[in-house]
Write a protein that binds this ligand. Structure first.
Ligand SMILES: [Zn+2]
Ligand SMILES: [Zn+2]
Length: 257
């Protein structure tokens, strides 16, 4: 399976997943044009995609979903709550498959296992994606790591996990107090040290590689996220666990899992 984070961060998210002829985007939170450009930079023709699987209705995840679905005629998968919150991006001509937040579904060779997230959206999910042997998980947009999410992540090969903000940068930063409270609350986003703690455990469960994802533009820095994580991994005796940071400005490398 191939995975590329085309863009990751509070200004827009989209992840490309490929297994043979099965080619899917998880979220499309950039403009249609930007997504096409980033796909082309990794040699993928958008006409070969089978569709977009959506996590939730925040614009950094759905901005380009409607336009891509209309332009290429492929379907979209999302929960009813996400659909209800995404009406503005659809014109009624798109094919939308409504999914349950705990019911697996297949697209081509890939099985998607959705799981619910603690996040301030109508019915947010993320996914474990498997081709029968390799397993990949996406775990962003969650205020805290729940038992259920941890159970889903513990036996994957590769995880893209949220490392949204540095606590001090958030608290000292420019956001109004209500927004600071929202981001750091149970239904907000996961901080650098929260992601690092989870990865210390996952590294000992057999997860082989992690990507720190969905970094805040205002309240984080890639070096800070990476160092916070690597320092804690070292303290726990798993300093050689590979961690990569996904960026907003350009696609990640193509991970082969
Ligand atoms: Zn987001
Ligand atoms: Zn969100």
């Amino acid at each position: 399976m191939k995975v590329c984070l085309l863009a990751s961060g509070s200004a827009g998210n989209s992840i490309y997943i490929q297994n043979g002829a099965t080619r899917i985007l998880v979220d499309a939170g950039l403009t249609g044009k930007q997504i096409e450009n980033r796909l082309s930079s990794i040699g993928v023709d958008p006409t070969t995609l089978q569709g977009i699987v959506v996590s939730h209705e925040h614009s950094d995840h759905i901005k380009g979903v409607g336009i891509m679905a209309r332009r290429y005629g492929f379907p979209v998968w999302m929960t009813q709550g996400t659909l209800d919150g995404s009406k503005k991006i659809f014109r009624g001509t798109e094919r939308v498959h409504v999914i349950d937040n705990d019911q697996n579904f297949s697209i081509g060779d890939l099985e998607f296992q959705p799981f619910p997230l603690p996040h301030d959206a109508a019915d947010p999910v993320n996914y474990v994606i498997t081709n029968g042997s390799a397993k990949v998980a996406i775990a962003t947009d969650m205020g805290v790591m729940t038992q259920l999410v941890y159970q889903r992540l513990r036996d994957v090969d590769f995880v893209a996990i949220e490392s949204n903000y540095d606590r001090k940068m958030l608290m000292d930063g420019p956001y109004p107090w209500v927004l600071k409270k929202r981001i750091s609350g149970r239904h907000g986003h996961l901080p650098n040290d929260g992601a690092a703690e989870v990865l210390c455990d996952l590294a000992q469960e057999g997860v082989k590689h992690a990507v720190l994802a969905h970094l805040s533009e205002k309240n984080n820095h890639p070096d800070l996220a990476r160092n916070t994580c690597q320092d804690l991994l070292k303290q726990h005796g798993v300093g050689n666990f590979p961690v990569t940071v996904a960026l907003q400005e350009r696609p990640s490398e193509i991970f082969i899992i």
